[in-house]
Design a binder for this molecule. Structure first.
Ligand code: PDD
Length: 278
């Protein structure tokens, strides 16, 4: 069952209005929320980010946070997720439907859509790590907004896939930002380095969890931009996201990082994260 614009509908019954601005312009916002053992992880953080994204695109959300929480909880219930199920919840809000003009039509009403899908954790991949490829960050200047407009992300991910890598590491004129759908960390001499949470990267929920866990456990964290040279000389690299959790990147452009295996700091953070979600 999906939740669409105030109704519970079966998959296949859904019709998108031809002039829905989410569909026409990517004019809307979204969140992907992890469900561990039937319970949402960091829901409050996702809600806060959703309202921030809405403000930044001048979209007034007509729903109170409690109403969105109720929709999410009902989705879990109506889809019979139990305390055995790992899943993910997708929630998107389009600006709404109106005759197609670029500026924002007055009186337009946002359209919400949300669904859950069972989704296993990437535990095997986390033991092995992924390969990555450096790609020019061709996205726009407001990557902090979780917008539906994801063509830049689609393209950079596909460049990496076409080259046989699993994820792209993005850079702007040599400064590393993040990955196509995850945040990036480098490990050097036991400390973590990641791009500051400004306009150039998404303010990842998992990124923040990892920063907090690291600091609580005596691992220094530097929210500082770094360049390609620093990246290639890192002891370890890893990415973070709701679906990939903490994933080691063992090579970049075919060159191993460190000894080309999942490193001790990543293993430590994965273990801390495991305790934290249980
Ligand atoms: N991606 N950076 C980008 C560009 C992202 O799209 C994402 C999330 C992240 C990590 O954020 P979080 O830890 O809050 O998931 C960083 C989601 C999962 C997606 O688009 O599927």
């Amino acid at each position: 069952m999906l939740y669409v614009d105030g109704n519970w509908v079966e998959e296949g019954q859904l019709a998108v209005h031809p002039e829905d601005r989410g569909y026409n312009f990517g004019d809307g916002i979204y969140e992907v929320v992890r469900i561990y053992k039937g319970k949402m992880y960091q829901w409050e953080g996702h809600l806060t980010r959703l309202y921030r994204s809405a403000r930044e695109i001048m979209l007034d959300l007509p729903w109170r946070p409690e109403e969105l929480s109720e929709i999410a909880l009902q989705l879990i219930e109506k889809n019979n997720l139990t305390d055995q199920d790992d899943a993910s919840l997708y929630l998107q809000i389009s600006r709404g439907t109106a005759p197609r003009v670029h500026d924002i039509p007055s009186g337009i009403k946002p359209v919400i859509m949300a669904f859950v899908r069972k989704k296993a954790r990437p535990l095997e991949d986390m033991k092995k790590g992924w390969s990555a490829m450096l790609v020019d960050d061709i996205r726009w200047q407001r990557c902090d907004i979780k917008t539906l407009n994801l063509l830049g992300a689609v393209m950079v991910k596909q460049y990496a896939k076409n080259a046989g890598a699993q994820e792209s590491i993005l850079h702007r004129n040599g400064t590393i930002t993040e990955c196509s759908s995850s945040n990036l960390f480098a490990v050097k001499n036991g400390a973590l380095y990641t791009h500051p949470a400004d306009y150039m990267v998404l303010h990842g929920i998992t990124r923040q969890s990892v920063i907090d866990l690291a600091k609580e456990n005596g691992i220094a964290v530097h929210e500082e931009a770094f360049d390609i040279t620093f990246l290639k000389q890192a002891d370890e690299l890893f990415l973070t996201s709701t679906t990939a959790e903490i994933m080691s990147l063992i090579s970049v452009d075919g060159h191993p990082i460190g000894d080309g295996q999942v490193g001790p700091v990543v293993k430590k953070l994965q273990a801390l994260f495991e305790q934290h979600i249980n």
